[in-house]
Design a protein around this ligand. Structure first.
Ligand SMILES: O=P(O)(O)O[C@H]1O[C@H](CO)[C@@H](O)[C@H]1O
Ligand SMILES: O=c1cc[nH]c(=O)[nH]1
Length: 234
């Protein structure tokens, strides 16, 4: 057990899917895993471990924002030995060619700052996905017929952004979507020598202002879960 995760040693799989929403973790575990067992409920941040095609998998909420994800990813990697961490999240589209419900595979993640800023200081480290996972996710996305895009993410620190000019700069530089966790996940993966990828579903569009409901964000993003699982084990 750790401060934030109540699972016993051995109850967390080496492959962990990380939705921000703990109820999405519950939905995904019950819809995609065999014999899911709840292994964490500390602070209501549910984690479930089961199997997918015989492979042990944990699906664990990360919470919203990089400070929250950083707590869970640190403990999952350092205390439980997680080796493959795939964020399965929602995001806002930042390009006209990206549509609602499309999947974005996050090759890089730009940010204003992350919990790792204190380490990098004057350096502009470039957080990026694990290439092997990324290319396997592309194959998986193609095979299930998902509409997908590969490219850069913007990991913002705030959802209600008083600096829309930052979004505009990201759009002008080709960034596909905005979310709030991937940059720190990629930083931690680099630091600890593990694999990470963000597989996201577009839940709203910054340019058209279309948006899906909270219920849709919790329990209708099956393609990204399938892609995350296929990529992890192929
Ligand atoms: O749907 P999740 O995975 O939580 O991801 C996105 O949704 C939350 C904001 O609504 C932030 O966590 C953002 O990154
Ligand atoms: O962080 C997020 C997630 C979805 N949509 C956004 O605009 N931001």
């Amino acid at each position: 057990m750790t401060i934030h995760i109540g699972a016993e040693a051995g109850q967390i799989a080496e492959t962990v899917l990380l939705p921000g929403d703990p109820l999405r973790a519950e939905w995904a575990a019950h819809n995609f895993l065999d014999n899911p067992v709840c292994v964490n409920r500390v602070r209501g941040m549910f984690g479930f471990t089961g199997t997918w095609n015989g492979h042990p998998v944990t699906i664990h909420g990360s919470g919203m924002g990089m400070p929250s994800l950083s707590i869970y990813a640190n403990e999952l990697i350092r205390d439980y030995g997680a080796k493959t961490l795939v964020r399965i999240g929602s995001c806002g589209a930042m390009q006209p060619a990206v549509g609602l419900r499309d999947v974005i595979l996050g090759m890089t993640a730009s940010s204003l700052s992350t919990p790792s800023r204190g380490i990098f200081r004057e350096l502009n480290f470039a957080p990026c996905a694990d290439f092997d996972l990324l290319q396997k996710a592309v194959v998986a996305a193609r095979s299930i017929g998902a509409t997908y895009h590969v490219g850069g993410l913007y990991s913002a620190d705030v959802f209600y952004d008083e600096r829309p000019d930052l979004n505009d700069i990201m759009t002008r530089h080709g960034i596909l979507g905005v979310e709030m966790e991937a940059a720190e996940l990629y930083n931690l993966a680099a630091r600890h020598g593990v694999r990470a990828l963000a597989v996201l579903t577009v839940s709203d569009h910054l340019l058209t202002h279309e948006a899906l409901s909270a219920q849709d964000r919790q329990s209708s993003f099956g393609d990204m879960v399938r892609i995350a699982l296929e990529a992890s084990f192929s």
